[in-house]
Design a protein around this ligand. Structure first.
Ligand code: 5GP
Length: 185
């Protein structure tokens, strides 16, 4: 509860391997539910063909580090050689906030905000490899991402993430929407 007696907005961490469909699910959730919004991360990685215009703030190392040193991120991580960070949350008109971040970022959020909801969206191999390949990732990049996915699965279990398999987009979105509705009660 806030000091005014209203419920504090939820923080919902959504993690999972690249290609698991996090971005699509998060967009669906925001379209279906006006009471949720998504945080836009900063990254130093190069834009990719499948990035939407508002996927990230793309910055160089110097700008990222300046923002980090000024305390501008609630969490940040080096993922496969590029930096990613979540800007300090603003009020967002009281809307619940989704953070689409990796599991190391989820660990940092869990330490700072233990009430945050942790959700891991997963897809089993070989479907994951097929999706990464379809979005144009190079085969060396795919191998690195699949290894990282395996590591993240283990860490997510340790952190008691709720695991949602995305074999069917509508079902996975509904399952997450239900988790959010239950947490609001
Ligand atoms: P991608 O390069 O595929 O867009 O993202 C790579 C990984 O970085 C994904 O697991 C994605 O969820 C994660 N990521 C995106 N933004 C952030 C962020 O702000 N912080 C952290 N820790 N991870 C992020």
């Amino acid at each position: 509860m806030t000091s005014e007696g209203t419920k504090a907005p939820l923080i919902i961490v959504i993690s999972g391997p690249g290609g698991a469909g996090k971005g699509t699910i998060v967009r669906e959730l925001c379209e279906q539910d006006p009471k949720v919004t998504v945080s836009r991360s900063w990254t130093t990685r190069e834009p990719r063909v499948d990035d939407k215009d508002d996927s990230y703030f793309f910055v160089d190392d110097a700008e990222f580090n300046r923002h980090k040193d000024n305390g501008g991120f609630i969490e940040w991580n080096d993922f496969l050689g590029s930096m990613y960070g979540t800007p300090m949350p603003e009020s967002n008109d009281g809307r619940d906030l989704i953070l689409e971040i990796d599991v190391s970022g989820g660990r940092q959020i869990n330490e700072k905000l233990p009430e945050a909801i942790l959700i891991f969206i997963d897809v089993e191999d070989p479907e994951l490899r097929r999706r990464l390949s379809a979005r144009g990732d190079k085969s060396s990049e795919i191998d690195k991402r699949l290894l990282e996915a395996e590591r993240e699965r283990k860490e997510a279990k340790e952190l008691n993430y709720q695991i949602i398999l995305n074999n069917d987009l509508a079902k996975a979105t509904k399952a997450i929407s239900e988790i959010i509705c239950k947490a609001r009660l």
